[in-house]
Design a protein around this ligand. Structure first.
Ligand code: PLP
Length: 397
């Protein structure tokens, strides 16, 4: 039994807020604030350069990666952390393409997060070998998998609608056509059970500032299946991906294992915060988390639909077909979200018209959902969003 009241107590949440935006930036775990204080003041402040050895800074990426591996069904020692998700998608895609040198097509879906698509386009241009990025509608992606495809690059949970791809089935389908698969777990890691090894995934990458609560700018993770490890050669070759970084050899030699996907110096402050944030996951059963997340989202949909006919559910109605987030379409969605945030219900907005809400049982309960639905009904029924101050668009929506 997972004690969700106990996990909730481990977060520093402002009392007057209902936080439904853990899919964008997880809240602050108490342990992370304390850990950062120690890392900054004691380790950096007093140990200075000695902290790389004495405070275990050099081991931190491996330690944090091993903890993430446990949450995504990865074999130990096949995950590493660092850089941002966009960079790790680049790393994984460049390694995967080099494993299918006779093929030229990267297949993704039209719902994928733009950064993944931009990275693929940039890599294709840089390689200059005539590769093509092909996009298909997410609902019909399997019908586009054929023997042209070198790599299938998919985000498991759609960042807008929450639509969930069937990882095991699509991976099997791609393998039957001789293609490799990269899974982006940005909206999966910490949101639902993931079994990379069980699904036979080739590569995966994800971020840690969303459902893993690692803090703004927390480093990304990347996974390589054991069978590809010796052959995977990413294009970005940095000194910390070298077999012997402190030999300072002029020629690159990849590290034998997952470290070859590292690039440069680890972000120690971010890793310290993330390491502490991962403490919250100890004793959390991912299946229990999933069940609870579905209960909360089902309750939310029922309450909102009962009161707000002007909102249209933009997520799959079947909870088994969506991740931990729900989107409602509304023409004035941006203004409506601003009005909600003003009243203490924090979700976010994705153009053109989507209001997004995430259901994170680590720190949300039914009481929060009922209160949030009440406030949403008030804002929608009484058109409280229809005010000049809610028309202003800030940089981050
Ligand atoms: C959030 C997200 C990203 C963000 O990438 P960063 O490099 O960490 O900014 C990339 N891909 C997907 C699918 C995302 O949801």
């Amino acid at each position: 039994m997972t004690d969700f009241a106990a996990t909730r107590a481990r977060f520093l949440l402002p009392g007057n807020l209902i936080y439904l935006d853990g899919n964008s930036l997880g809240p602050l775990p108490r342990g992370a604030a304390e850990r950062l204080d120690g890392t900054v003041c004691h380790e950096w402040g007093e140990l200075l350069i000695r902290a790389w050895n004495r405070a275990g800074w050099m081991e931190l990426p491996g330690r944090v990666a091993a903890r993430i591996a446990g949450l995504i069904g990865a074999e130990p020692d096949h995950v590493t952390v660092g850089d941002t998700l966009s960079v790790k998608v680049f790393q994984a895609l460049s390694a995967a393409l080099s494993l299918r040198p006779e093929r030229r097509v990267v297949l993704s879906d039209t719902g994928n997060f733009p950064s993944d698509l931009y990275v693929a386009q940039g890599l294709i241009d840089a390689l200059g070998q005539g590769h093509e990025l092909r996009l298909a509608p997410p609902e019909r992606i399997e019908t586009h998998i054929n023997e042209d495809i070198a790599v299938l690059l998919l985000t498991q949970v759609d960042y807008r609608t929450g639509r969930l791809h069937d990882m095991a089935a699509l991976t099997a389908r791609a393998h039957a056509a001789g293609a490799l698969v990269i899974w982006d777990l940005a909206h999966s890691a910490g949101a639902l059970p993931v079994d990379l090894a069980g699904a036979g995934a080739d590569f995966a990458a994800g971020c840690t500032y969303k459902y893993l609560n690692g803090g703004p700018g927390a480093p990304a993770f990347v996974y390589v299946a054991p069978r590809h490890m010796r052959h995977a050669r990413p294009v970005l070759q940095g000194w910390l991906g070298h077999a012997e970084p402190f030999a300072f050899e002029p020629e690159y030699r990849p590290a034998p294992g997952i470290d070859r996907l590292r690039v440069g110096t680890p972000p120690v402050l971010q890793l310290a915060a993330l390491d502490a944030a991962l403490d919250v996951w100890e004793g959390v059963d991912m299946q229990a988390l999933r069940t609870r997340s579905i209960e909360l989202s089902e309750l939310f949909i029922a309450l909102v639909e009962a009161r707000c006919p002007m909102l249209t559910l933009a997520s799959p109605r079947d909870p088994a077909r969506r991740g931990a987030q729900v989107g409602f379409a509304f023409e004035e969605g941006h203004a409506a979200m601003q009005a909600l945030i003003d009243r203490g219900v924090i979700g976010d907005f994705r153009a053109p018209d989507l209001m997004r809400f995430a259901f994170t049982p680590l720190y949300l309960d039914e009481d929060d959902i009922r209160k949030a639905a009440e406030i949403i009904a008030d804002v929608m029924i009484n058109r409280l969003w229809d005010a000049p101050e809610y028309r202003v668009r800030e940089t981050v929506t």
